[in-house]
Ligand binder design. Structure first.
Ligand code: MLT
Length: 410
């Protein structure tokens, strides 16, 4: 008899974004005339930068020529892309990462979930609440939690609530934990972590022999020069942190798929017999066993994001989405809505008007204004009473969304 993984049954609802899509599609089926604007999932809308397109075209042509054709590439990624990241993403921030500490992959969502393969089942895991649901759901699937409680939290996980009351600064856990997920700029709140905050986390991890899983998928949106882009800008982080980077939200690769995970050689964990072991070696084993690399044309496209033209074009894209975020922020504030984030991140996090609960506001917004956002409670119990808007959309749609929002609330 084939037994299923019972832990999946602890997950009460579907994954958040397909669940929202399902509700929206049900609504559209019943209201075919509704011109629905989607500011829910953080999915890019603008075309790929020309430098990236040109590099991918050239790479595809190479694949059509016997002399330049390539089969399997290195599972860890081509050296040209790893070097482009060393020089383009880390060196300018004063961070020394060697190319063999970088593993190219097909996405940070996959990597932040898959990383659990190399950690023991008994680790205590901490997450910030509200949280990118992948961190929680993959731990549930891996059997690292008990059942869900009434507020949707899972027994066994350590939740660190962030709300307006603590200025969205995650409190350090009041007990030792082994793994902690940090995402900065933060999804969903759009807030950032200062150097002091990140330093406190690195010190905590060093003191408790914990590992920080640092998701930097939105680092390109940081506008404040004081805010670190990488956890490795903090002294001592190389011994305690893994960092996830993505081409999705900067270069527009949500449909193309390319990302990377950085594991410094100094990072170690402990075996059940108490031996210190290098984590890089385990991830390398996992990656080369379960993954066959990102396609060559995609890696060439990703490399082009760090060419001089590519960097300029990517910066223009980010400026465009940040301007959308500013329009949303200003438009909502103009009708008295309290808004957070959206300055160093493509997400605007708002207090639901009138204090209604997050899913009620989702329904009102969809029904009365034909706008889709993401209910804060979908990201965790501490997100109740909040709502997320994504700045990834055309300018016309964002302007129209602001107009409808103002009409509904104003
Ligand atoms: C989001 O909307 O939170 C993101 O699009 C999710 C993701 O990047 O997987």
């Amino acid at each position: 008899m084939a037994q299923v993984n019972d832990h999946y049954l602890k997950l009460q609802a579907g994954y958040l974004f397909p669940e929202i899509a399902r509700r929206v599609n049900t609504y559209i089926d019943a209201h075919a005339e509704a011109d629905v604007i989607r500011l829910g999932i953080g999915d890019v809308t603008e075309p790929l930068p020309p430098a990236i397109i040109a590099a991918m075209h050239t790479a595809v042509d190479e694949m059509g020529d016997r002399e330049t054709f390539r089969g399997y590439g290195p599972e860890q990624g081509y050296e040209f892309l790893r070097e482009a990241l060393v020089d383009g993403a880390f060196a300018p921030r004063g961070v020394e990462i060697s190319s063999d500490e970088i593993f190219i992959s097909d996405g940070s969502k996959c990597d932040t979930g898959n990383i659990l393969d190399i950690f023991g089942a008994d680790n205590t895991v901490a997450v910030i609440d509200p949280v990118y649901p992948v961190y929680v759901d993959t731990n549930v699937m891996a059997g690292r939690t008990g059942s869900a409680t009434d507020d949707g939290r899972f027994e066994g996980l350590v939740y660190l609530p962030v709300t307006a009351e603590n200025n969205f600064v995650a409190p350090l856990p009041d007990r030792p934990v082994d793994l902690v997920y940090l995402c900065y700029p933060n999804n969903p709140t759009g807030t950032v972590a200062s150097r002091e905050t990140l330093t406190a986390w690195v010190e905590f991890a060093r003191e408790h022999d914990a590992i920080i899983l640092f998701d930097a998928a939105y680092e390109a949106y940081i506008t404040d020069p004081e805010i670190p882009h990488s956890i490795y800008e903090i002294d001592g982080a190389r011994e305690v942190a893994i960092e996830f980077r993505s081409f999705s939200k900067n270069a527009g690769f949500t449909g193309i798929r390319c990302a990377c995970t950085v594991i410094p050689h100094e990072l170690t964990g402990t075996t059940t017999s108490g031996e210190r072991i290098d984590v890089h070696r385990l991830w390398n084993r996992r990656h080369s066993t379960k993954f066959n690399g990102v396609s060559y044309p995609v890696q060439r496209g990703a490399q082009a994001a760090y060419s001089p033209e590519g960097q300029q074009q990517v910066a223009d894209l980010i400026r465009f989405y940040l301007d959308n975020a500013r329009l949303l922020r200003e438009g909502l504030e103009a009708v008295g809505i309290t808004v957070y984030g959206g300055v160093n991140a493509p997400y605007v996090w708002l207090k639901t008007p009138g204090g209604v609960d997050s899913w009620t506001f989702f329904d009102q917004l969809l029904d009365k204004a034909h706008l889709v956002g993401t209910p804060g409670s979908g990201f965790g119990a501490a997100g109740e009473g909040y709502f997320r808007l994504s700045a990834f959309n055309s300018r016309a749609n964002v302007e129209e969304a602001v107009r409808r929002f103002q009409q509904l609330v104003g």
